[in-house]
Design a protein around this ligand. Structure first.
Ligand code: ADP
Ligand code: MG
Length: 691
């Protein structure tokens, strides 16, 4: 039996080779793909808005008579068409136009137009509106319908997509869409069947609530939202199943090494560290690969927890790989682990992208022979030529961007390619619970929800950059009193080269302004060895002030640093600011964070700096960030497409997260259903998708 997903789009009238190619760029091959290319919003063209009641930002239809049409010279030549209705005036402005258009829009002609209201020289204006001259009568109220708006790609316009979808809807009678959800479930939530829902969103009837549709809350939309969230959930659970289909080396805790290690520490573990360790210990002792995400706010002491996990693996005869996202951080871990573990007779190896030639060959050899029990580095750890003798545990630090298929690939690195290593992912980005439940459905989570005792709160101050001199004085007096300070230069959405350049300029000017101080500089363009050398001298107290780009964002731990200046904080996300601020407040001294902003601040900018000043709780801050900027920003994965949905909106639809999580395990048993839903919603984005 043929199904909608087996019918190619080329079946539709007007779809030839070229158009099929364009549609393929949108992931559309079959009629089913086309019908799951859903409108992401609607335009309300159902009624005419009186010109007198238009407000800036309104989007809609206006209609009136042309009063005059002028060619305006100004900075950019434009055609200015003034319309009038019984309530007021509206100007249509065109920067690109031709003579025919100018003649057509002559005085006295009726024009219906659709656009967004902007303030203009001569009152409100529409720039380049869609318009119709001498329009047909509007459909009567109660008969007009909303106009769907689709995601596009180069080479295809709205009207084309609209008409193709309308054509495809004609096939639904003969080829209904397979409904994978049990009718009882739909009944429970009072949701329509899939075919009905799809038809409605492409072609909403006049009777459907305009408000609900515009807000994405219509039951037909919600049915699709729920199914989409479910598909994502299932694809992640499927990854988990695939990883756990392999066995792992059970790592039974033996006490000795762990005890010597704990004895050597100058502090005792916090309750939260102990609690999370117990969860890890339990997982590691199973013949099933651990898949655990440890979240702990900056400074909560994740490194020690990682070391304890490593020790459990080593004492059971396994090898451990610890991966960090940057050279600086990997290097810092290498030093910590060496200080902690070498005295206990454990051998370590160091592998980063910058390790080359003989030293690389040597490290590879010690890893392959099993002589090194711990190997630390950047992602270079998992290049093809890295072979482990008995890899039992992989620890990934500060890498919540670490994608699903990377986790999947790790399976292959285990013992004899047969036993999968245990996986421990650590992040200082607190992830709100609902977000963690959907973005990390394949992982168990632990939270270190307590800071080591004696930490002093960081006092956070927002100061306009007009007071730069005062800020520089503050740096001087802190450093003269024996403290150390960071000065963070930020530029976002600009090239890394520009960032580095800005940091260089800042470092130079601070050097001139603060002649008595020892000033260092780190940025992404320095060679790894240079970066490490600067970080080292800062750590050893040989530098007073470290000027840096956001490369020091995660993990860097220098307890004597008690002052951090962040330039242009309004450009950064809350989570990132919280991370940066976490570079201080790690020692005995009271610490300060100065947010030196460039006025005027937007309302949003004000709210964010305020949130940061009020709270030092990473979870609270992340919740705020999620509200203000959405999940892609919070996870730092906007670019990767992770958590990018067709229809679902994380804020609006978070009410579905719990129910979806509850219904997923039962559906997971039905292979065909999982395959069907994942293909339908995730399509070409690899099946395990970097979703
Ligand atoms: P993060 O969780 O941000 O990675 P770190 O592991 O770098 O935090 O730890 C921050 C600092 O706290 C380090 O200097 C570490 O030695 C110290 N530390 C960790 N655990 C404790 C503890 N239980 N008591 C006191 N200090 C601790
Ligand atoms: Mg850390």
């Amino acid at each position: 039996m043929t199904a909608l997903e087996d019918i190619p789009v080329t079946t539709l009238k007007g779809v030839g080779h070229a158009l099929a190619g364009t549609l393929a760029k949108l992931g559309i091959h079959s009629l089913q793909d086309l019908l799951f290319h859903l409108p992401h919003r609607y335009e309300d063209r159902t009624r005419i808005i009186p010109m007198g009641s238009l407000r800036v930002g309104d989007v809609g239809v206006a209609e009136g008579e042309v009063v005059k049409t002028d060619l305006v010279m100004g900075r950019r030549r434009s055609l200015q068409v003034t319309l009038r209705d019984s309530s007021g005036f509206l100007v249509l402005r065109f920067f690109h136009f031709n003579a025919a258009q100018k003649n057509q829009l002559a005085e006295g002609v009726r024009v219906r137009c659709y656009g967004e209201v902007r303030p203009g020289r001569a009152g409100y204006e529409f720039y380049h509106p869609e318009y119709q001259v001498n329009p047909p009568p509007m459909p009567a109220t109660g008969e007009a319908t909303l106009t769907p708006v689709y995601p596009l790609t180069e080479g295809i316009q709205q009207p084309r997509v609209r008409s193709l979808c309308q054509q495809a809807l004609g096939y639904l009678k003969r080829y209904p869409i397979r409904d994978w959800l049990p009718p009882t479930l739909l009944a429970d939530y009072q949701l329509p069947a899939i075919t009905e829902a799809v038809a409605l969103v492409h072609s909403p009837p006049a009777s459907a609530s305009v408000t609900l549709l515009m807000e994405g809350r219509h039951p037909a939309q919600q049915r699709l939202v729920m199914e989409e969230l479910l598909a994502h959930q299932l694809s992640l659970l499927q990854v988990r199943e695939q990883i756990q289909a392999r066995e792992a080396l059970p790592l039974l805790p033996t006490g000795e090494l762990a005890e010597s290690f704990l004895d050597s520490l100058p502090f005792r573990l916090t309750g939260a560290q102990g609690h999370v360790l117990a969860e890890i210990r339990q997982d590691l002792s199973q013949p099933l690969p651990m898949l655990r995400l440890v979240q702990g706010d900056v400074g909560s002491g994740k490194t020690v927890v990682a070391a304890m996990a490593a020790i459990q693996a080593i004492s059971a005869g396994g090898q451990v790989a610890l991966m960090a996202p940057t050279e600086i951080l990997a290097e810092q871990h290498f030093q910590n682990f060496r200080n902690w573990l070498e005295p206990l007779g454990v051998e370590l190896a160091w592998l980063s992208g910058k390790v080359k030639g003989r030293s690389r060959a040597g490290a590879l050899e010690r890893v392959a022979s099993g002589q090194a029990s711990v190997v630390i580095g950047t992602h270079a750890l998992f290049q093809d030529d890295v072979h482990f003798q008995r890899l039992a545990l992989v620890i990934v630090d500060e890498q919540h961007r670490f994608g699903v298929h990377q986790r999947l690939a790790l399976r292959e690195k285990g013992v004899e390619g047969r036993l999968a290593p245990h996986q421990l992912i650590m992040t200082a980005t607190p992830i709100p619970r609902t977000l963690a439940m959907s973005a990390y459905a394949d992982l168990d989570t632990s939270v270190i929800d307590e800071l080591p005792p004696g930490r002093k709160p960081i006092e956070t101050i927002a100061i306009p950059d007009s007071r730069r001199d005062d800020v520089i004085e503050r740096v001087r007096s802190a450093c003269e009193a024996g403290r150390q300070a960071y000065w963070v230069c930020t530029l976002i959405e600009e090239s890394e080269a520009l960032q580095c350049q800005a940091a260089e300029v800042t470092a130079q000017s601070l050097l001139e302004r603060l002649p008595g101080l020892r000033v260092g500089l780190v940025h992404g363009r320095l060679k790894a060895a240079e970066k490490a050398a600067v970080m080292d001298s800062f750590k050893r107290g040989e530098l007073d002030l470290l000027v840096a780009t956001t490369v020091i964002e995660v993990g860097v731990d220098v307890p004597n640093a008690s002052l951090i200046i962040i330039e242009n904080p309004e450009r950064l996300g809350l989570a990132q600011l919280h991370q940066l601020r976490g570079r201080v407040g790690r020692g005995e001294e009271a610490s300060y964070c100065v947010l030196m902003y460039h006025p005027p601040l937007s309302l949003n900018g004000k709210a964010r700096l305020q949130a940061l000043r009020e709270s030092q709780d990473g979870f609270f801050i992340a919740e705020k960030d999620l509200e203000i900027r959405g999940p892609g920003e919070v996870l730092g994965t906007r670019q990767t497409g992770m958590m990018q949905f067709r229809l679902a909106d994380f804020e609006r639809d978070k009410g579905w997260i719990e129910p979806v999580r509850e219904m997923a395990p039962a559906l997971l048993k039905d292979r065909a259903c999982v395959e069907g839903l994942v293909r339908r919603w995730l399509g070409e984005r690899t099946r395990y998708g970097d979703v």
